[in-house]
Design a protein around this ligand. Structure first.
Ligand code: NCD
Length: 311
């Protein structure tokens, strides 16, 4: 069956309509059940995914590759793309995109520069998925975050969600706040002033009527939160290492804070964590971050199958 996602690039989360997002969620649930039942799928038999990672990645890359293999497809990848690929010889991403379609049916790119996924997609006839472009967006993370909220809470409407940490440089929170603003959600943005959510993200959300509070105290934000989404201070985006050192301990969620927060708090984190969540939180029932990482597989299976028209 082909759907409206067939042949589409996924560069920014707002590229998907709510119907399309729901379709990804439903398809992910279907694949998750199939995986749990131990079914061997061949939905993507004969199809090839190319992964181009110009920035470090563990979860995004492993879960995309796992997703493709679980669907019976194949993966080719450029190892150490930054240093060993033609990028090191000066090739543009547009030109790299031009050859992608000769090699593969779909591609995932991660790159340190905002707009890079779009440039690759402009060159490529095969669908391109943004696996993170600098401090820009990370749309597939937002999809798996939404899927996680649905699984953990059974709903999205009516929730208060706090996004905490480096809201300036963190691409996951840029995509997630955008996605959540389509629902009846109250958003708390908790960050040091220097790392506040950029106006180019907040302004369109406010214009859309999103319910947003900017708050500096994490403990205060947790009083009414159903979900807290912690993020890492994005060291690699700081021009001044001293500023990173000064801000890196800004928000640390420990067990005492969790025990004082609203009952039933769900704790999320895109990972990797550095020190934002103490390890004494890990055995708290609502600590969902490792389950969240695992949810990347069915969600990325759904997206790969939908954009290639195989779902
Ligand atoms: C995030 C990223 O790369 O933006 N990681 C991930 O994909 N799960 C978050 C981060 O690196 O802090």
């Amino acid at each position: 069956m082909t759907t409206s996602l067939f042949g589409r690039d996924v560069i920014r989360i707002q590229d998907l309509s709510l119907n399309e997002v729901n379709h990804v969620m439903q398809t992910a649930l279907k694949y998750s059940s199939a995986l749990e039942a131990g079914d061997l799928l061949d939905v993507m038999k004969g199809k090839i995914l190319a992964t181009l990672f110009y920035e470090p990645s563990t979860r995004t890359r492993l879960s995309f590759e796992t997703a493709m293999l679980r669907l019976g497809g194949l993966v080719v990848s450029v190892a150490e793309a930054k240093s060993s690929s033609s990028a090191a010889k000066g090739e543009t991403l547009f030109d790299t995109g031009k050859m992608i379609e000769g090699y593969s049916d779909v591609a995932v790119i991660r790159h340190p520069v905002v707009g890079s996924a779009k440039e690759l997609a402009d060159g490529s006839g095969a669908p391109v998925i943004n696996g993170g472009d600098g401090a820009g967006q990370h749309p597939t993370q937002a999809l798996l975050d939404l899927y996680t909220i649905l699984k953990e809470k059974g709903k999205v409407d009516g929730l208060t969600v706090t996004l905490a940490g480096d809201l300036k440089n963190g691409r996951t929170v840029h995509s997630l706040s955008n996605l959540l603003s389509n629902y009846k959600v109250k958003l708390n943005f908790a960050s040091p002033k220097e790392l506040a959510m950029p106006a180019e993200i907040t302004e369109p959300l406010k214009a859309k009527g999103a319910h947003i509070s900017e708050i500096e105290s994490l403990a205060e934000a947790l009083n009414d939160s159903d979900v807290v989404y912690m993020t890492r201070i994005q060291k690699e985006r700081f021009a001044d290492p001293e500023e990173y050192e000064r801000l890196k301990g800004s928000y640390i969620l420990d067990r005492a804070m969790v025990d004082a927060a609203k009952i039933g708090l769900t704790i999320m984190h895109p990972l990797p964590r550095v020190n934002e969540i103490s390890t004494d939180v890990d055995d708290y029932a609502g600590a969902a971050y490792f389950r969240q990482a695992a949810n990347g597989v069915p969600v990325r299976m759904a997206l790969l199958a939908l954009v290639t028209g195989m779902a």
